[in-house]
Design a protein around this ligand. Structure first.
Ligand code: 4NP
Length: 150
């Protein structure tokens, strides 16, 4: 069976998308799914996730401390089958890379119509809220993927 490759994208790849990567990966068999994450900005390249993201993930039994931030590259439109962005700004940043129609069809907001807010400048409660939002969204995504018998 072919592997389905899923990419989570946010601005810095240190707060939201590392959580989305870790949480979704936890819900899918690694034999048939790969989950990665990337940034639309390169400032944190090579950094581990924000300690507040690491802590909230650990609270729910998910380890994301090994992850390292990397920038989104245009070839990711080819490498991945589905690309989930956290907010409309991420969405617009990817659109600005001028993907083909087929590439752009792979891109969606993780929450459908809602945004996952950037928790970076807030307190730890923002990270808890973001965790819960991503948890709900990834339940839906994982159920759908597993239903499709991938
Ligand atoms: P993320 O959060 O996009 O969820 O990783 C941010 C991380 C860093 C910055 C902004 C948002 N920053 O401005 O450095």
């Amino acid at each position: 069976m072919e592997t389905v490759n899923i990419l989570m994208v946010c601005l810095g790849n240190i707060c939201r998308s590392p959580l989305a990567e870790g949480i979704l990966a936890h819900k899918l068999p690694s034999t048939t799914f790969t989950v990665d994450s990337a940034a639309t900005a390169a400032y944190h390249t090579g950094n581990h996730p924000d300690s507040r993201s690491i802590a909230v993930a650990a609270k729910y039994g998910i380890a994301i401390n090994h992850q390292k931030a990397r920038p989104f590259q245009k070839k990711d439109f080819q490498r991945f089958d589905r690309i989930y962005v956290m907010d409309r700004s991420n969405y617009n940043n990817l659109k600005a890379l001028q993907p083909t129609d087929a590439e752009w069809e792979k891109v969606a907001l993780l929450l459908g119509n809602e945004e996952v807010p950037d928790p970076y400048y807030g307190g730890t409660e923002g990270f808890e809220m973001v965790y819960q939002m991503i948890d709900v969204a990834t339940d839906r995504i994982a159920n759908k993927l597993l239903e499709n018998d991938h």
